[in-house]
Design a protein around this ligand. Structure first.
Ligand code: SAM
Length: 224
């Protein structure tokens, strides 16, 4: 096992080094990911073909503001694959507010993830209506947005203005095809970045290929 930092780990499995997080809930699997115990500590392999945050790390992510005790707002948790790894990382003293509006996936998220992880507060709401998240208290360190909507950047901005602390970070997944199928991906990414630039310094844009087709991750720092 090689320790890269305290947030995530590189673990040798089947002859290659793989990304992993330390399992917050021992024995608990979320998406049939492999569990590996080394020196008495249980790790969960973090699959980059299933999680765009893992894909971002594989493709050279330079800032990683998810830490022990971090406070995170996550829009579009779906069945909970990525948020489960963030839950491992922020640990028992961290907190993640997980927003999802589709009841079918939200049920899976509650049954498989939120029930076991006390640092996740599920919010079954539309991310377009941040004023209706009654359970959020204080400001967060990171806003993570993966909602695949044509107006995802505007939704991200509205949530950041309400909940992100100054100098906090935005992770915005841009699904290029969900915005406009007739435009080139590069043009779509550039247009979305222009909208973010009003309130943020853009730190990095990562193409998620080959893990994800037609997706980019934009990482930005909030200056209000
Ligand atoms: N982030 C997830 C992961 O890595 O495991 C995958 C997210 S999936 C691509 C997008 C999710 O966003 C879907 O579950 C969808 O229901 C949700 N979503 C889309 N629009 C939303 C909205 N306006 N409010 C809340 N959730 C939304």
């Amino acid at each position: 096992m090689e320790e890269d930092n305290q947030e995530f780990f590189w673990i040798k499995s089947e002859g290659t080094k793989k990304l992993a997080t330390q399992n917050l809930v021992e024995g608990n699997q979320v998406y049939k990911e492999k569990l590996i115990t080394k020196k008495g500590i249980e790790f969960r392999l973090w699959e980059p073909f299933r999680s765009k945050l893992a894909a971002s790390i594989m493709n050279g992510l330079e800032v990683f503001p998810f830490q022990n005790k971090s406070k995170v707002l996550y829009l579009g948790v779906s069945t909970g694959t990525t948020i489960s790894h963030i839950s491992d990382i922020v640990g028992p003293s961290g907190i993640i507010f997980g927003v999802e509006h589709a009841s079918r996936v939200a049920r899976d998220f509650l049954d498989r993830v939120a029930t076991y992880r006390k640092n996740i507060i599920p919010i079954l709401q539309d991310a377009r209506k941040p004023k209706e998240y009654f359970s959020i208290f204080g400001k967060v360190d990171v806003v993570y947005v993966d909602i695949a909507q044509p107006d995802q950047t505007e939704i991200a901005m509205a949530n950041c203005k309400m909940f992100l602390k100054k100098n906090g970070y935005l992770f915005l997944v841009i699904k290029t095809r969900s915005i406009d199928v007739t435009k080139s991906p590069k043009r779509i990414i550039d247009e979305e970045i222009q909208k973010v630039k009003e309130s943020f310094d853009i730190l990095q844009t990562i193409d998620l290929h080959p893990y994800d087709k037609d997706h980019a991750m934009v990482i930005a720092k909030f200056h209000e």
